[in-house]
Unconditional design. Structure first.
Lengths: 160, 173
């Protein structure tokens, strides 16, 4: 089911989310996938963005021109960042801040564990960036909290 | 050699910097430091320049005075000392739904903490709903003290703003 996407300053976007059972998390992930797919160009969505303060997010960078790793549809229930390495600054947008883009420093490579996954997921580059953006949402952190400097916030060219 | 600050502002159009520097070059002036910004379609240009000792403030003002005939505001004043800029220790991001007083709230909390604003940008992002965002590079008086960071963040949050204060990390490569 496609859900409405909340925008800042909705308070759900600024709080730390709660852990969730695998069953409930996977059910919620289905709505997140439907909602992500309903927004062209969207490569990830986190539960608080649809009003659920729970630790669930989805990422899918399939076919994206910037992707150098691709785990297909990645469902993250109670995810944990196991390891990260490298640092790169690049511009990000967010459905919950539709008028803004920001230059954000992220790790280049991440190893992420999640409930229901036997092995942690390796991701790099754009996919690693998308995963870190969604993990931030689960802690109430937005791109405005990660700006690399005074001149790192921009108006979005076309509202997304 | 005399050192002056020059400030120019007016409706944005191509050629403002070229016009200012042409006037300076005719006097043998040397541009030491420049900062520009576009604020709601108005171009602002600030320079620190040195000119030969024979050139007075009035002489520099006269040489650049043609700018006023082109619709630009111009101010010239002599400066001495303060050649080193303060180095920022942290990037502050403070944001919230638009209202009057956000810039004053942020700058007052910083001033009371003894934090120096090195660079600042305040902008309304006109989405739905509109979000006002203040970003500042600041030099905290005791940047290593977590209590000081906490105090600044909690006082800004008490103003109803969402706040992040992150250390500027420098690597020598």
């Amino acid at each position: 089911m496609v859900r409405p996407v909340l925008r800042y300053p909705d308070p759900v976007l600024k709080r730390a989310c709660e852990p969730v059972s695998l069953e409930r998390g996977l059910a919620l992930a289905e709505d997140l996938v439907d909602t992500m797919r309903a927004h062209p160009g969207c490569v990830g969505l986190a539960a608080p963005q649809v009003g659920e303060p729970l630790r669930v997010a989805v990422v899918d960078v399939s076919g994206h021109r910037l992707a150098t790793s691709c785990g297909g549809l990645v469902v993250l229930v109670n995810p944990t960042l196991v390891e990260s390495a490298g640092l790169k600054i690049a511009r990000e947008g967010c459905l919950s801040l539709p008028a803004i883009t920001a230059d954000v420093a992220r790790a280049k490579r991440v190893l992420v564990g999640a409930a229901g996954r036997a092995d942690p997921l390796w991701a790099e580059g754009f996919e690693a960036r998308a995963i870190q953006h969604e993990l931030d949402h689960l802690d109430g952190i937005l791109i405005l909290d990660r700006v690399a400097g005074v001149h790192a916030i921009f108006k979005r060219q076309a509202a997304g | 050699m005399n050192r002056f600050a020059v400030a120019v502002m007016g409706l944005d159009r191509p050629g403002i910097v070229a016009q200012v520097t042409a006037g300076l070059l005719r006097l043998g002036g040397n541009v030491e430091d420049v900062s520009t910004s576009i604020l709601r379609g108005h171009f602002a240009l600030m320079l620190i320049v040195t000119v030969p000792a024979a050139i007075s403030k009035e002489g520099l003002d006269d040489a650049l005075g043609v700018l006023r005939q082109h619709g630009l505001a111009l101010a010239v004043w002599e400066v001495s000392g303060g050649l080193e800029s303060t180095r920022p220790t942290h990037v502050l991001s403070a944001y919230g739904p638009d209202r009057t007083g956000i810039v004053h709230d942020v700058s007052t909390v910083l001033a009371e903490a003894g934090a120096n604003v090195c660079d600042m940008s305040c902008r309304l992002h006109e989405g739905a709903p509109p979000v006002y965002v203040v970003t500042a590079e600041v030099a905290l008086p005791a940047p290593g003290e977590a209590a000081e960071l906490e105090a600044v963040v909690s006082r800004l949050k008490a103003k109803g703003l969402d706040v992040s204060l992150n250390a500027i990390e420098e690597s020598t490569l």
